[in-house]
Design a binder for this molecule. Structure first.
Ligand code: SF4
Ligand code: SF4
Length: 348
């Protein structure tokens, strides 16, 4: 009973904090709402569609991570999501989460779930983690992905029993995943265990955006019907992705959303690494202001769900100016309306 009380009070406090932070985000456009940080680029897996990991990187020294978090806090950043690679491979991951919370920022983690032992879940509870997202690509592992329900189901049960933080399971279609029907099994299991459930649309092995077809589309339709009853994740953005349609929105990357790579550089997002490429310690409110008002030419076919969610807060205001890149910089997916030019990824 005590455990249930703890769970409810942490949920109530998280929701209350979220509400006040959303209010702060609506009042002012001058601070980032979400920043992704990468303290560990290495991953224990090697998913066929992923361009966000390696097999050799060392963990970023914890003091360097803390300095980055201090800088993000000084901007008034609302929420930090720790990503990778696999961030649970970082030996000081719990200390990093505690540091985020010490600044009053919301602490989230994206993980493949392989390290969610009871002991680690309890450490995450104590560190103050508030959100965990796990993407599951299939039911049984294959050569495209080992992010598989059969492999991590026992860890999901631990999470269901012991986690005080919110857990979201992202099921996936597209991206060369062999059995699209698996997404439905994963979504149902997530709901059964009491987790949140979202859907990621990814694309072929080269990361190219193309409409879902055949069985994928049927599964998408089923998930959509299921989602009407069970979930809150389906929206026009996802419909546009699924059917390969351009999506009208204002990307606020570089301003309301920041991606901080393992080298401490600010990038637009995981798929536009390289620009602006400014060290976080040199990034200023002026940069934030410029990027808030800058139209991103890759927005139409973008699949980065978290940046789209962040942008919803400001879509109604501040129309953007056309994008002016330095001559030697080319953004992926920015050249034409041809779907095949767009590099996509739905991890986030
Ligand atoms: S998708 Fe996640 S689990 Fe798979 S290789 Fe990339 S970082 Fe690792
Ligand atoms: S790919 Fe998407 S999130 Fe990244 S800069 Fe382009 S529009 Fe923004």
């Amino acid at each position: 009973m005590q455990g249930m009380n703890d769970l409810s009070s942490s949920k109530v406090s998280r929701i209350a904090r979220e509400a006040s932070l959303v209010a702060k985000g609506l009042v002012s456009t001058k601070h980032p709402i979400l920043a992704h940080i990468i303290p560990m680029r290495r991953c224990n897996l090697a998913c066929g569609y992923c361009n966000e990991y390696d097999k050799v990187s060392e963990p970023v020294p914890v003091e360097a991570v803390k300095r980055r978090l201090d800088r993000l806090a000084s901007f008034g950043t609302t929420a930090i999501t720790i990503s990778g690679g696999e961030p649970m491979l970082h030996p000081q991951i719990f200390e990093i989460i505690t540091h985020i919370r010490s600044h009053g920022m919301i602490a989230g983690l994206i993980s493949n779930g392989y390290y969610m032992t009871r002991e680690n879940i309890e450490k995450l509870n104590r560190a103050g983690l508030e959100y965990l997202q796990i993407s599951i690509d299939n039911v049984k592992p294959d050569k495209t992905s080992q992010k598989s329900l059969k492999v991590i189901d026992r860890y999901l049960v631990y999470l269901s029993n012991y986690a005080k933080f919110h857990v979201n399971i992202n099921s996936v279609i597209g991206g060369g995943i062999t059995n699209p029907e698996d997404a439905l099994v994963v979504a149902k299991r997530a709901v059964e265990l009491g987790f949140g459930s979202t859907l990621g649309v990814i694309h072929d092995g080269n990361g190219q955006l193309k409409p879902l077809s055949g069985v994928e589309e049927q599964v998408y339709r089923q998930l959509r019907r299921f989602g009407k009853k069970k979930f809150g994740w389906l929206n026009s953005f996802q419909d546009d992705l699924a059917y390969g349609r351009p999506h009208e929105w204002r990307c606020r990357a570089g301003a309301r959303y920041l991606y901080i790579c393992e080298d401490g550089l600010v990038h637009y997002c995981s798929q536009q690494r390289g620009y602006p490429g400014i060290p976080l310690e040199d990034y200023t409110r002026e940069h934030i202001d410029i990027e808030f008002n800058t139209e991103k030419p890759c927005a139409k076919y973008c699949t980065i769900a978290c940046v789209q969610q962040v942008a919803m807060m400001d879509n109604w205001r501040a129309p953007q100016q056309p994008f002016q890149l330095p001559e030697n910089v080319v953004l992926k997916g920015a050249e034409s309306d041809d779907l095949s030019e767009e590099v996509v990824n739905a991890r986030s």
